[in-house]
Design a protein around this ligand. Structure first.
Ligand code: SIN
Ligand code: CO
Length: 373
């Protein structure tokens, strides 16, 4: 199990005392960085159209917000202070960012969202706001002053291009230095302002609204329902008002719609597919030179496999899901596939044919790759 970046706290203590309950500051939560991007690396990511990015500027007390992709020249026009560039899903592009994100797997993968990186020169920040999900804010390089508040007044400035609290009443504040991390539960007001130029790495979580889930579940059902019957009214009487919808018509339609039912098995399947679905800008590349199934099996024995950084693999008691689909796999393959989903890689070893079949299907789509060996 990876060791959670929680300082002296165990994951169990963190979950019992802080998760979704109260803020926590952890000094020196992360001390080893195998990758430390420069501003130029973030500008390169922000220029990629498969990467979501935003640029936020404060000018004369006004907030301005632009969405990427950005040409490098855009950053030359910025001053020495008071702006922030934010790059989403860096874990899709950098192995170290993905490894760091998955060190937070004391929270189920289905709840993990992404690792976002922001860079700000002195004075830069995104303004006082709240997020609707939990967040870990890790300082990387430089320093930033964070002020937080448990205030219940969450009124936002009307008409601003981003979420800014109309009134912010800080209750606590800290200066975060390289490696320090602040955890905030959902809806906790916060404001971070860079003192020395540096980065904030945000580990964000998924907290869907009931409306989002309801809409997505109805889409799922629409693709699967097959209802019996055709509207019929052999007892029809001539109406006094031909334009009036007869109450009897409504009753018959209600009866037909009452056939729409679902059970927990459908909810389970929906959850596996929906929560492993890639975001709209995510694409997978099949290997340029596809190995035959036999050559692939031989290579797995020597090298093992690793999930693509963009892959999401989940499982429940019935099925294994990857990138929005249920994997067509024999139950004999489940132990190895569960290990792959949990650890995001499988070591070099000889695996039974059922496992190799499932791995090969994922390899063909570019959902996983042969590991370096
Ligand atoms: C930032 O990176 O400056 C903003 C992150 C946040 O407040 O959620
Ligand atoms: Co925030």
């Amino acid at each position: 199990m990876p060791n959670p970046p929680l300082g002296n706290l165990t994951a169990e203590q963190f979950l019992a005392d802080y998760w979704q309950k109260k803020p926590l500051l952890i000094r020196q939560a992360v001390t080893r960085f195998d990758w430390l991007p420069e501003l130029a690396d973030l500008i390169a990511l922000a220029g990629d159209e498969e990467v979501e990015s935003r640029l936020i500027e404060q000018r004369k007390g006004k907030w301005l917000c632009e969405s990427g992709p950005f040409k490098p020249a855009r950053f030359k026009k910025l001053g020495d202070s008071d702006w922030t560039v934010l790059v989403q899903n860096v874990n899709h592009h950098q192995r170290f960012a993905a490894e760091l994100l998955y060190r937070f797997d004391f929270i189920p993968h289905v709840r993990l969202d992404d690792l976002m990186i922001s860079y700000a020169p002195p004075g830069g920040g995104v303004g006082p706001h709240f997020d609707s999900y939990d967040v870990f804010l890790l300082q990387v390089g430089g320093s930033k002053r964070w002020q937080i508040s448990g205030q219940t007044d969450l009124t936002l400035v009307d008409g601003a291009p981003l979420k800014i609290l109309e009134r912010f009443e800080p209750e606590q504040e800290w200066v975060l230095e390289h490696g320090d991390m602040l955890y905030l539960p959902p809806k906790y007001a916060h404001n971070g302002v860079a003192i020395e130029a540096g980065q904030t790495w945000s580990i964000g979580f998924r907290a869907p609204t009931a409306t989002e889930l309801g809409g997505a579940f109805l889409d799922y059902l629409r693709d699967r329902i097959d209802l019996d019957g055709l509207y019929a009214d052999p007892d029809l009487q001539r109406p006094a008002d031909p334009a009036r919808v007869p109450d009897d018509f409504i009753r018959r339609v209600a009866g037909m719609l009452a056939q729409i039912r679902w059970d927990e098995a459908e909810v389970r399947d929906f959850v596996g597919r929906y929560f492993s679905e890639p975001k709209s800008h995510v694409f997978y590349d099949s290997p340029d030179e596809l190995l035959t199934e036999k050559a692939f099996a031989k290579a797995v024995t020597k090298q093992g496999v690793a999930l693509d950084l963009k892959s999401v693999m989940l499982f429940d008691s019935e099925r294994v899901y990857i990138n929005g689909d249920a994997l067509d796999a024999d139950t004999a393959a489940f132990p190895a596939l569960h290990q792959l989903a949990n650890q995001r890689s499988l070591p070099a070893a000889s695996y039974p044919p059922a496992v190799l079949d499932a791995l090969f299907a994922c390899y063909e789509y570019g959902y996983l790759h042969l590991a370096e060996g």
